[in-house]
Design a binder for this molecule. Sequence first.
Ligand SMILES: [Zn+2]
Length: 507
Amino acid sequence: MKVFNTLSGEKEEFSPQGDEIKMYVCGVTPYDEAHLGHAMSYIIFDVIRRYLEFRGYKVKYVQNVTDIDDKIINRANKLGISPRELADKFTKSYFDDMAALNIGKPDITPYATEELPKIIEIVQGLIDKGYAYPAQGSVYFRVRNVPDYGKLSHRSPESMMAGMRIEPGEEKENPMDFVLWKASKVDEPTWESPWGPGRPGWHIECSAMSLKYLGNTLDIHGGGQDLIFPHHENEIAQSESFTGVKPFVKYWLHNGMVQLGEEKMSKSLGNLVTIKQALERYSPDAIRIFVLGSHYRSPLTYAEEALEAAEGGVERLLRVISRDDPTGGKGEALGAEPYRKQFIEAMDDDFNTPKALAALFDLARAINQAADFGIGFKKAKNVLATLARDVLGLKLGIVVTPEPIKAVASTGVPTVIIGSPPTPEVELRVNRLVEEREKCRKEKNWRQADEIRGKLAELGVAVEDTRTGTDIKYKRVPSEESLDSLMAELGIALEDTPKGTVWKQKR
Ligand SMILES: [Zn+2]
């Protein structure tokens, strides 16, 4: 297995320290909603973690939350709430987004504000060794004492110096030096320290949390390419100077940035698409396929057509997963091994997910062909489902029979759910609307039937007539309110009776 290591600038044979891979990925600074850039990064590292586990490794995955930072303080002040309140709100929102995208939880999620003792221990240790110095209540890292500073970003001292300066009020010896501990300003959250009240700098938090939970050498450290300099460069300087152990990280993995057209998607450019906005329009599986359709080190260009194509891909996989083996698993069967091998070879080559996806879709096509020729494909389908679900983290829907109204189920065709399943309340309403459309069709009221279908489509629910009946496909889950207002337009009301909730036609 080969991985591209930012430190060497080359693809290297992956040889971790032991059977348990120690993996750290920089987490969020929760001051606003997470956007597609976050989705890309965390989906990629989720797939890397899943693949390593698939290959038989144990993975200990740590991802922090930077719950104290200038951005949090500034935004909280603007909104007139406490930094704690703001950070808690967006931390929760972030984890909701991650769960919706089927991104596995890290094994450990340390919060910077809960790791002050370790942070202070490291800052003090760096001062004791001459790598840091206090000045007016702050503490700075002395970059000139680290001869190999710049080894990760491969930058010359001159290029690193560009843009570095001493801000008014800073007592740095050198513009390159960076802050480890910030003396507190008025009205900011502070913690006691040997250098006076203050708060930690961003870089030291990640060093403290990774060293504390994973030890002096990590196998994998991940993050976006925008973190290479100065954040990760500084993490190396701090950690290696403190522990005296090199390397701090064996393999540095960095993902590319999400772009909108030619520009990077960023808050400062005001061109962000939040994860929640994307989930309103596309299924989580489509978002994952969209992200994995480009190599993780390349830029990913956001385009609606690309997401729609990914949605089509989800549907193709779902159809295959829902097909039944005509031989019942006996007799001649399709061999999945060449596709599985192709998938693994792609992933072994620096996690080449576009190639892995191509292998998966080739397998899907082969299964469809086998089915059409009456050849068995039960095992091949299992291989497809395992690679798609366990490694790529696709949910690939859940095929359910609509409950509790049986009118639709009586057509004998299951509902196909793409993405998160609807709540029973939503399902009750959708089924009732589909039933109403069936009634209109029987009465040859085509106009009304089409209107119901059109309105449901606008809400993300596709109603499709097939040879055997009617399919209901949830591309996204509509709100109860939007369905209620559609039902009100049609004169259908929901009433509670002693027998439960029933639908009454008012016309
Ligand atoms: Zn970090």
